[in-house]
Design a protein around this ligand. Structure first.
Ligand code: UGA
Length: 432
């Protein structure tokens, strides 16, 4: 390619976009990243990250000279041929993926053969084909992202596989994307656009299915006296099953699983196919968040006017992301039963405040637990392992811990004088 536009273009600097931009810069590439949000670009220009992600500040600082942040699409088009589209695709009211931001990006691109749109945003299968109908000249590559929040940089730099989907006419762009990713060493899956799009949706739906499956097993364990942690360990050693994503808890959340499972279900439904399994996956996840209420009531009776302390609010640790966090449903259900909810999260409290205006945000776990009838561990932040549980119990009106992530050591908690309830662990029926 004899072209001076050898920078990597990134459009949309949310989680995926910022990680993509900073990681490509760290691999030695010039990167020009644009976003329509001026405040975000200002912050990034001054080296301040707009997301909470371990390692991102260091990447920004280390690669400042290779990173350009801009609000100008012309600047990106002038410097880059490959344009990584990283805008978000939130769910619509109907459960379909909202592609308005993707469409806005496409509208802003010239219909030329100089540029290639590389789709990182998660889009329904068929999106690439629809975009190509509008922009016949533009090359198009589907390159779905598989990184996880909280370990995003590690995941980007150490991919299990890199999926690159392109149709005839766009091979030059697929080759260029492959060249960018080859140094990372993951298995390269070259395929067509529709299959690449489906690999992403099917992967997330399968992982969500694994979680709902183990959550149902946990619920059955509670009835039979088995321990889901032991069951998951024994199952996971079978290489065909694998140990990952078999942690029972109070359900999956975040910006991806709930949205992508629903989008795949709707995508199937729109073609006339009823994806029955995904209905169950979604329903199990919804009920799982609510089961905590029954666990509390079993020990406390009515929750009216009882103070319940939530430890953790984010959808998982090492992030301040509150999107579809299980804590949102749980807090609302507890308040629905008349409980007074207090909460502490080391990082997500600011993000949570507007979403949970009636929840008392506490400055520490101890403050949240003061006068509480129960503590519910919602997010497995490592610092909760270090808590002085005996001291915490002294502050509470009833010594009850519901461990929504099976994170705490039941013996330690019981030794501190608590009644311990996990998810699918012995003791759940008052036997331990
Ligand atoms: C998920 C996928 O894991 C990524 O591969 C994908 O790239 C990303 O979605 C996306 O599509 O952008 P993420 O949402 O960041 O990543 O978080 P996960 O670590 O997968 O956790 C999702 C939720 O599942 C969390 O609420 C977590 O607590 C829950 N979970 C996870 C369980 O309840 N049990 C498990 O065993 C694993």
């Amino acid at each position: 390619m004899t072209d001076n536009r050898d920078a990597v273009g990134v459009i949309g600097v949310g989680w995926v976009g910022l990680v993509t931009a900073t990681c490509f810069a760290d691999l030695g590439h010039q990167v020009v990243a644009m976003d329509i949000n001026e405040a975000k670009i200002e912050s990034l220009r001054s080296g301040r990250s707009t997301i909470h992600e371990p390692g991102i500040d260091e990447l920004l600082a280390r690669n400042a000279e290779r990173l350009t942040f801009t609000t100008s699409m012309d600047e990106v088009l002038g410097r880059a041929r490959l344009l990584f589209c990283c805008v978000d695709t939130p769910p619509t009211y109907s459960g379909d993926a909202d592609l308005s931001r993707v469409r806005a990006v496409v509208q802003a691109l010239p219909d030329d053969s100089e540029h290639a749109l590389v789709m990182k945003s998660t889009v329904p299968a068929g999106t690439g084909r629809a975009i190509k109908r509008d922009r016949k000249g533009l090359a198009y590559v589907s390159c779905p992202e598989f990184l996880k929040e909280g370990t995003a940089i590690h995941d980007f730099m150490n991919p299990d596989r890199v999926v690159i989907g392109a149709d005839p006419g766009s091979e030059w762009a697929a080759d260029a994307v492959e060249a960018l990713y080859r140094p990372l060493g993951g298995e390269l899956v070259r395929t067509d656009v529709a299959s690449a799009e489906m690999i992403k949706l099917a992967s997330n739906a399968f992982l969500a299915t694994k979680i709902s499956f183990i959550n149902e097993i946990a619920n059955v364990c509670e009835e039979t006296g088995a321990d889901v942690m032991e069951v998951a360990r024994g199952m996971g050693l079978d290489k065909r099953i694998g140990p990952a994503f078999l942690r029972a808890g109070i359900g999956y959340g975040g910006s991806c699983f709930p949205k992508d499972v629903s989008a795949l279900k709707m995508l199937a439904g729109n073609t006339g196919y009823h994806f029955q399994l995904l209905n169950a996956v979604i329903e199990v996840n919804e009920l799982q968040k609510r089961r905590v209420v029954a666990k509390l009531e079993k020990h406390l009776g009515s929750l009216a006017d009882r103070r319940i302390a939530l430890l953790g609010l984010a959808f998982k640790p090492n992030t301040d992301d509150m999107r579809e966090a299980s804590s949102l449903v749980l807090a609302a259900r507890l308040e629905g039963e008349g409980a007074k909810v207090a909460a502490y999260d080391p990082i997500a409290q600011d993000a949570a405040r507007d979403l949970l205006p009636t929840v008392e945000m506490s400055g520490s776990a101890e403050e949240a637990a003061a006068g509480a009838a129960a503590v519910v561990l919602v997010t497995e932040w490592p610092e909760f392992l270090q808590l002085d549980w005996a001291a915490l119990r002294e502050r509470m009106s009833t010594p009850l811990v519901v461990d929504g992530r099976n994170f705490l050591d039941p013996q330690t908690i019981k030794a501190a004088g608590f009644t311990y309830e996990g998810i699918g662990r012995p003791g759940a029926n008052g036997t331990g």
